[in-house]
Design a protein around this ligand. Structure first.
Ligand code: GSH
Length: 214
């Protein structure tokens, strides 16, 4: 069997790893997977850092050209370019999608992921910090819910890399202690993404162990 073009390095508990796996799944791109065990410090091993300069997951290898790519949002844009999928139908859609992706790590992902980390016991933080992230997360959820009122997707008529990027945060909000009860537009958008062909939750599409095509 021929090895797939893409090799994703990451771990199933990681939201940014999920974003990349979700794009690949929605694009119908099979991928190999290399587990990077964060608890064992595999992300700081010199051989890994040589390929992922930030010592983080995810890392995506494109075997067709030897590229090693990091930063989930940048990886999604690369995948949109090389697959011709979900990059936005026009330059204006591409610009809007990028704006949402920059906003994601500026306002949305950090408080949601941190609150989830505290709830799941991956991260310790003083109560004041959790209260601040909770307020920031609620504010970001309100912005997203407001934008989605009257829209099916973040940008244009169909799903883009921005929907994948932000879904990969919104889907962790409840685990972070946020209620989506009062955010109907956001919930309807999430359901639309969940109905796309190829969609799966993290446990279905990010392998728990290394999976390499023989
Ligand atoms: N902005 C980065 C964030 C990546 C990130 O925070 N990864 C976490 C796991 S979810 C990680 O590798 N943490 C270990 C560390 O930063 O040392 C992205 O989107 O790829």
């Amino acid at each position: 069997m021929t090895a797939p073009r893409f090799l994703l390095h990451g771990i199933w508990l990681s939201g940014p790893t999920y974003k990349v796996a979700l794009f690949l799944a929605l694009a119908g791109e099979p991928f190999d997977f290399e587990l990077v065990n964060l608890r064992e410090g595999a992300h700081k091993a010199p051989g890994y850092v040589a390929r992922q300069r930030y010592g983080q997951v995810p890392l995506l290898e494109d075997r067709s050209n030897g590229r090693g790519l990091c930063q989930a949002a940048s990886i999604l844009e690369y995948l949109a370019d090389v697959t011709g999928k979900m990059g936005g139908a026009t330059l204006d859609e591409r610009i809007r999608a990028r704006e949402w992706m920059f906003w994601d790590y500026d306002r949305f992902a950090v408080p949601i992921y941190r609150c989830r980390g505290v709830k799941l016991g991956f991260r310790q933080a003083p109560e004041e910090a959790v209260a601040m992230w909770t307020a920031e997360g609620e504010a970001a959820l309100a912005v997203l819910d407001g934008h989605l009122q009257g829209r099916d997707f973040l940008v244009g008529e169909g799903p883009t890399m921005a929907d994948v990027d932000l879904y990969g945060v919104a889907s962790y909000a409840e685990a972070g202690g946020f209620s989506l009860e009062a955010r109907p537009a956001l919930r309807a958008w999430m359901a639309r993404i969940e109905a796309l062909p190829g969609f799966g939750p993290p446990e279905a599409i990010v392998p728990k162990e290394t999976r390499l095509t023989a």
